[in-house]
Design a protein around this ligand. Structure first.
Ligand code: ADP
Ligand code: MG
Length: 256
């Protein structure tokens, strides 16, 4: 196997809360992620998915253990904006058009105007919003707003994308469409993606590997390789192979 792009070693996280109690959010998480891989972190609410993503993004410091991206710390990666983050809510500025929302991280990083315009056009096309650049967020559907969030995360051409339940607030039809489109974006950009979800079919549809987490304390209980052919279209959800993966993963939660 190749040298992994991201190495998560013995990561544990304990939150100290006001009443003096300790909440163990993660224990001994070990995971190697390969360059270009699409990996899902799957588990019920409270199993530490967001905590793990925030540690990778340098938004939380682990109590022990480490994360390294080709020898660089999460802090190095954050300061160089080598990661792109997409949250459940796209957090767009209402008074800025789609183009100017996408532009934000590039303005902060001092990217020259000409390059910014070229980049905006490129990512708008990737998320299929070419005709919506001059709209305001309130003029867009929830699914389109989340596409803007993805475009903004891609604007600085990061090495990997961290996505925390980006489609959870969307209806099932929109979610499935965005799942398919996300795979299109992934295959075009070849980014490594770490995708958090509590939705089993979503994780199977998208991933090369599904990392199954269980709560109390949060830990990895299984890693399932998804050997379904690519490119994947939504019709693959109707195949027996797809159903078998969903069933296998669902059963891995039983008795936990
Ligand atoms: P998930 O994203 O899988 O729902 P989280 O990472 O948000 O899980 O949370 C894991 C555990 O850590 C939960 O028990 C949660 O209550 C706790 N937790 C998360 N963030 C904090 C925090 N800032 N302070 C205290 N406890 C927290
Ligand atoms: Mg979460």
């Amino acid at each position: 196997m190749n040298v992994p792009e991201i190495q998560i070693k013995d990561v544990s996280m304990v939150y100290q809360v006001n009443n003096g109690e300790d909440i163990v959010a993660l224990t001994d998480v070990n995971l190697d992620i390969q360059e270009g891989e699409f990996i899902s972190l799957l588990g019920p609410s409270g199993c530490g998915k967001t905590t793990l993503l925030r540690i990778i993004a340098d938004l939380n410091q682990p109590t022990s253990g480490s994360v390294s991206t080709r020898g660089q710390s999460p802090r190095d990666i954050r300061l160089q904006r080598k990661n792109g983050i997409v949250f459940q809510s796209p957090v767009l500025y209402d008074w800025r058009t789609v183009r100017r929302n996408i532009c934000m991280p590039m303005e902060i990083m001092g990217v020259p105007k000409k390059e910014r315009t070229a980049r905006i056009n490129q990512v708008l096309e990737l998320v299929k919003l070419q005709d919506f650049g001059d709209k305001y967020p309130f003029e867009l559907s929830g699914g389109m707003q989340q596409r803007v969030g993805i475009a903004r995360a891609l604007a600085l051409n990061p090495e990997f994308l961290l996505m925390d339940e980006p489609f959870s607030a969307l209806d099932e039809f929109t979610r499935e469409k965005l799942n398919e489109d996300l795979l299109g974006i992934w295959s075009k950009t070849k980014k490594t993606v770490i995708f958090v979800t509590h939705n089993i079919p979503e994780s199977v549809f998208l991933s090369d590997r599904v990392v199954v987490l269980s709560p109390h304390p949060g830990r990895i209980t299984a890693i399932v390789d998804i050997d379904l052919p690519r490119p994947r279209e939504n019709s693959i959800r109707e195949t027996p192979e797809f159903y078998e993966y969903v069933t296998k993963i669902r059963r891995s939660f039983e008795g936990v």
